[in-house]
Design a protein around this ligand. Structure first.
Ligand code: 3PG
Length: 348
């Protein structure tokens, strides 16, 4: 295993206040949560803590706000948690932070990225957060690649442990990184190009096939090819998709080529949609690929919020072997980078 993490199960949580870092970054439209997979991922950890007599303060972020942007309030998430716990929310101050009381034992802090100190990993800010509780549990795998106050800084001040979901993600992804069944195919699409481009480069040393579609293929075709040639220890064959006339989806031929190359894969990792899947006209590439990967019957790992929500709506999600909550975090883990949100939870 790549990390020797302190498990939540080692902590004495009874009667303690636990700060729980959770993945709350879910798609929301008109105050409606479009896909709650990420929220469900840490819910067993919350239930474990409640069952063992802890009080819990949940901390997390939504989107990339610039200051306290009310469009990115966690109010819909507070209501979601309240529904799950059969409770009603009440606004409350949690230390200096705005938030909601959900039950006598569970509170939620408003979007922690409303404070610029969060992303700066400001030590005073991290200390202030830590002072709200006595134990820190991180179950936010999708944010483990960020060195922020609520993911990394806080763990320097109070005893800190990995949550149940983080432990599971690390176990599954360590296996893929350390001894994957080969051939290993990695498919990367979607946006967030600045995060993904360096990760594609690192995949050439791990994977046998690297396939790139979506916005990243459109914008960086030449760069991707140059990058590939420059990697001296590359194992991989690289395929970059062509886009169709709309420029919003990959061509049917590209999807077919991807699947042809993947046909003998034993492990397939996929992150990011092939087209603009919010629009029904541009879903073909992603759907064809999903159905094709499912038919190949390799060990298939899917990550990334947008693709997960979309494939869940098409009832294809449970046909994948493992669904990671991480998008960028999953890729960064598999690229071999150390994730700061995990390193800080290791046994000393
Ligand atoms: C994600 O959606 O991948 C995580 O919530 C991290 O978001 P970020 O890329 O804005 O840090």
């Amino acid at each position: 295993m790549l990390y020797n993490l302190k498990s939540l199960k080692e902590a004495q949580v009874s009667g303690k206040t636990v700060l729980l870092r959770a993945d709350l970054d879910v798609p929301i439209e008109n105050s409606q949560i479009l896909d709650d997979s990420r929220l469900n991922s840490w819910f067993p950890t919350l239930e474990y803590l409640l069952g063992n007599g802890a009080k819990i303060i949940i901390v997390g972020h939504l989107g990339r706000p610039n200051g306290a942007d009310k469009n990115l309030t966690l109010l819909p998430v507070a209501n979601w948690i309240a529904t799950k716990l059969k409770a009603q929310i009440v606004e409350e101050k949690i230390g200096d932070f705005d938030g909601w009381k959900i039950t006598d034992s569970v509170s939620l802090i408003e979007n922690i990225r409303f404070y610029k100190e969060e992303e700066e990993n400001d030590q005073e800010f991290a200390r202030k957060l830590a002072q709200l509780g006595t134990i820190f549990v991180n179950d936010a795998f999708a944010t483990a690649h960020r060195s922020h106050a609520s993911t990394e800084g806080i763990a320097h001040f109070i005893p800190s442990y990995a949550g149940l979901r983080v432990l599971q993600e690390v176990e599954v992804l360590s296996r893929v990184l350390e001894s994957p069944d080969r051939p290993l195919g990695v498919v990367i699409g979607g946006a967030k190009i600045e995060t993904k481009l360096p990760l594609v480069e690192k995949m050439h040393s791990l994977a046998d096939y690297v396939m790139v579609g979506g916005e990243i293929a459109e914008n960086d075709k030449v760069l991707l090819k140059v990058q590939h040639e420059k990697v001296s220890d590359r194992k991989s064959v690289l395929l970059v998709a062509d886009l169709n006339q709309s420029r919003q989806d990959i061509t049917a031929k590209s999807a077919e080529n991807f699947l042809q190359l993947l046909a003998d894969a034993k492990t397939i990792v996929w992150n990011g949609p092939m087209g603009k899947i919010e629009d029904p006209d541009f879903q073909n590439g992603t759907l064809t690929l999903a159905e094709g990967i499912i038919n190949i019957r390799a060990y298939s790992i899917l990550g990334g919020g947008d693709t997960i929500g979309f494939l869940r709506s098409k009832t294809l999600l449970d046909k994948f072997s493992f669904v990671s909550v991480g998008g960028g975090a999953m890729l960064e883990f598999l690229s071999g980078d150390r994730l700061p949100g995990l390193t800080v939870l290791e046994q000393k």
